[in-house]
Ligand binder design. Structure first.
Ligand code: OKP
Ligand code: ZN
Length: 347
């Protein structure tokens, strides 16, 4: 299986993150992608491909031009206002506030963000922009006839919506790849999101559309971040009614205690809907030892996950999302891809 990777991911390297009321070293750090790269290479995956460059209009098919302009200039404006420290928002336009776009950089960060856990640094734009190229290079491989590819993206993307960043995500790599597949020949594309957290950004981007099906297996938003989207009664709207499927699962869920059944149902829905290709938002933060998560999947369970995804029998683009136990990340990703390949109908 081809693996697309760029070392420029390391340009996203925040200094600290607010976790549980304390400033701590970020869990979303460069070592994540480096350890996955080393593990897939050691397992014989490859070749390792560098991303091609894609134009900005692939991004603005999914994100607003105003949001892209904001993200690409935010660091320079922040440095001008404050100095060379991580750019973080401090308040949000929640209930009772107006949704009017401010002028000052602090207000813009507030308007365009969903949390204070996603630092914009000197290299954020370059890293996020390169992650999009990584995902699109994988999508182009699929569009060109490959049955599968792995886009080893970092930073992740699934919390980013059309004009919203947060949850360590800036540009929605998986959504941009799905849209690329739509724009280049596939009539119906599914996104299967197996990250521990609900893919609120991807859901929002495609919520009113009948041409992209979004299915997500994740921790119950009653208990877990991002808290305000991801319930089972979110089924799509307008033309997209029936094209969104959420499987919220309680803390403590394991493979045999709810996860496998939910994944199976999600895959059945995607198959029944008639998808021509699937983009997998591959988060492995469902792992039992993940430092910020509460599911109980084991390393062998990822082989089973890959096997189930393979039984869809669809061209498959894996796009890396979360997963924060650096010691096990490589094994969990390799097992997913190996399980997929070994169960693939087309080798
Ligand atoms: C990104 B992805 C932990 C704080 C959680 C945000 C988590 C973003 C996850 N108590 N902060 O979906 O893996
Ligand atoms: Zn996650």
């Amino acid at each position: 299986m081809d693996v697309v990777y760029s070392e420029l991911h390391a340009l996203q390297n925040g200094a600290y993150e607010l976790i549980g009321g304390q400033l701590q070293p970020p869990v979303e750090k460069p070592e994540r992608a480096e350890t996955i790269r080393a593990a897939v290479e050691a397992a014989g995956f490859g070749p390792l491909l560098s991303p091609e460059s894609f134009p900005d209009d692939t991004i603005t098919r999914v994100h607003t031009p105003e949001f892209v302009a904001f993200l690409s200039t935010a660091w320079d404006r922040w440095v001008e206002a404050h100095g060379p420290y991580d750019a973080l928002p401090l308040n949000w336009p929640v209930r009772t506030f107006r949704q009017k776009i401010p002028e000052a950089i602090d207000g813009l960060l507030s308007y365009y963000s969903l949390d204070a856990g996603t630092p914009i640094t000197a290299g954020t734009w370059k890293a996020a922009r390169t992650a999009v190229d990584v995902a699109l290079t994988g999508a182009r491989l699929i569009q060109g006839g490959k049955r599968h590819a792995f886009a080893l993206c970092r930073p992740p993307g699934h919390h980013a919506a059309a004009d919203l960043y947060g949850g360590y995500c800036f540009l929605n790599n998986a959504a941009i790849a799905a849209q690329y597949l739509r724009d280049n020949g596939a009539a119906k594309v599914a996104v299967l999101d197996v990250d521990y957290h609900h893919g609120n950004g991807t859901q929002a981007i495609f919520y009113d559309r009948a041409d992209v099906f979004f299915a997500s297996v994740h921790a119950d938003p009653l208990q877990e971040y991002p808290f305000f989207l991801g319930y089972a009664d979110e089924t799509g709207t307008g033309a997209g009614e029936g094209c969104n499927a959420n499987y919220p699962l309680r803390w403590g869920t394991g493979w045999e205690t709810g996860y496998a059944d939910a994944l199976d149902d999600a895959c059945r829905r995607i198959h029944g809907w008639g998808a021509e290709a699937v983009v997998v938002s591959l988060g492995v933060d469902t792992f039992e030892q993940d430092p910020i998560s509460q599911f109980k999947l084991t390393t062998p369970d990822y082989t089973r996950m890959g096997e189930r995804i393979a039984r869809l029998g669809l061209p498959t683009l894996f796009v890396m999302e979360g997963g924060y136990d650096v010691a096990a990340l490589g094994d969990n990703v390799v097992n997913t891809l190996t399980g997929y390949l070994n169960a693939s109908v087309v080798a």
